[in-house]
Write a protein of this length. Structure first.
Ligand code: GLV
Ligand code: MN
Ligand code: MN
Length: 419
């Protein structure tokens, strides 16, 4: 049965700004940093504690919790037709090492606030409604990011991901076992289980909403990305004795490559995004010429042709600038620019208008789990402003009223899709 305008407005009105804000503050205690952000990397003690609290909150709302083989958590509020495919919202509770309180947590907590509001307003849906907490969206500890949703959408990648070794030497498989032991028994959820639709709320992580005075971003899609790991191998040597000409210095070779790559990525149209966020020299001692360097490449661009052309030149450029060292360039993730479902965008626009929140369309520069979910079901995203567009930074900040505005849009969108 379709929701009436009155039903949707009643649900929207039941969203409680203070309660949603308090949930953010409660979650932000897990991994809280002195600078006001969070360090809650995937499946660390802090992330696991946040996951356990989320499950407790879910049960107190009379919802069930299940978990899949990559640790994604599914919180379900039943509908009147238990055989119908659910409608879902959600995001991730894991953070970057110096992350903020809102990247990811907001999408999960907006979903939890939606469940509260549905209970408070006495809303019954035909389809079950779910809130998903995806595993390892950020990819700081275990590469690559958006791992949980990627495995959910492509179960054939499970084994490869379980064997990923984290930056701290822990195997993904073992980190998951630690979480499962801490969380206790939970129902198992099959990977790739069907959904009727998915919508994710997130802070924008860019300044366009703030600059234009809009409260809601109707996300049109996510720009494509290619991620690489580069390993440069040379020869360890004594820094005081080995003549410069005879060295196989991997830091020199890697820095030359990186400067070359930045030059190649220069783009007057300002479409490309290129970042070397991790650079490690081994053995990492001041008096040893480093025999190995590993560095990451995160390269994104919405123009598929340009991204493919530049991406395909990365390995040959590294090779050409490797000097006396050897270089191995491994591509660890590749995603096309992903458009979202036009019907979902319409529903999100209408929901924003119904709650009188000014909205604009925008493309996401950041990756999100919604990209992977869009391969399975009609998918959309709702952005809200964050201060100065700052994210992946402990200073990340958003207002309680904007967060609530986004939650109203999510709740209406889910309700409309859930019937
Ligand atoms: C997600 O945090 C991303 O890297 O875009
Ligand atoms: Mn995020
Ligand atoms: Mn992030």
């Amino acid at each position: 049965m379709a929701f009436t305008e009155i039903g949707l407005s009643r649900l929207s009105d039941a969203i409680n700004e203070d309660r949603l804000w308090q949930m953010h503050m409660d979650m932000a205690k897990f991994g809280a940093t002195p600078k006001g952000g969070v360090c809650r990397e995937c499946l660390t003690d802090e992330d696991n504690q946040a996951r356990v609290l989320l499950a407790e909150w879910a049960r107190s709302l009379n919802c069930t919790v299940s978990v899949d083989a990559i640790g994604n958590m599914f919180i379900r509020r039943p509908g009147t037709d238990p055989t119908a495919d659910p409608v879902a919202t959600g995001s991730h509770l894991d953070s970057q090492p110096t992350g903020g309180k809102f990247d990811g947590a907001y999408g999960v907590l907006a979903g939890m606030e939606m469940l509260h509001a549905m209970n408070d307003a006495g809303i019954t849906t035909t389809r079950p409604v779910e809130v998903i907490n995806f595993t390892n969206e950020e990819g700081g500890r275990f590469q690559p990011g958006v791992m949980g949703s990627q495995v959910f959408a492509r179960p054939e990648e499970l084994e490869r991901m379980l064997n990923v070794v984290g930056a701290d030497g822990v195997l993904m498989r073992d980190a998951l076992a630690t979480f499962r032991a801490m969380a206790g028994p939970m129902d198992e959820r099959a990977l790739k289980s069907p959904y009727a639709s998915f919508v994710e709320a997130h802070i924008e992580q860019a300044p366009r909403l703030e600059e234009t005075g809009n409260t809601i971003g109707v996300v049109t899609g996510i720009q494509g990305a290619r991620k690489y790991q580069v390993t440069v191998t040379g020869e360890e040597a004594h820094s005081g004795t080995m003549p410069m000409q005879r060295r196989k210095d991997t830091v020199l070779a890697a820095s030359t490559m990186i400067v070359g790559l930045y030059q190649m990525m220069e783009d007057p149209a300002d479409l490309t995004r290129f970042n070397v966020g991790r650079f490690q020299a081994f053995p990492g001692a001041p008096s040893v010429v480093p025999g190995q360097v590993k560095f990451s490449i995160d390269f994104r661009c919405p123009d598929d042709t340009l991204r493919e052309a530049l991406g395909c030149k990365i390995a040959s450029l590294c090779d050409a600038l490797s000097g006396p060292c050897d270089v191995l360039v491994e591509e660890i993730q590749r995603a096309e620019t992903t458009p979202f479902d036009p019907n979902m965008m319409d529903i999100i626009r209408r929901a924003a208008a119904r709650s009188k929140a000014p909205s604009m369309d925008l493309l996401s520069g950041a990756a999100h789990d919604a990209r992977n979910m869009s391969a399975l079901c009609p998918t959309g995203m709702v952005f809200v402003p964050c201060k100065d567009g700052i994210s992946h930074n402990e200073a990340e900040s958003a207002t309680a009223s904007d967060l609530a505005a986004g939650a109203r849009v999510v709740a209406q969108t889910v309700a409309e899709m859930a019937g």
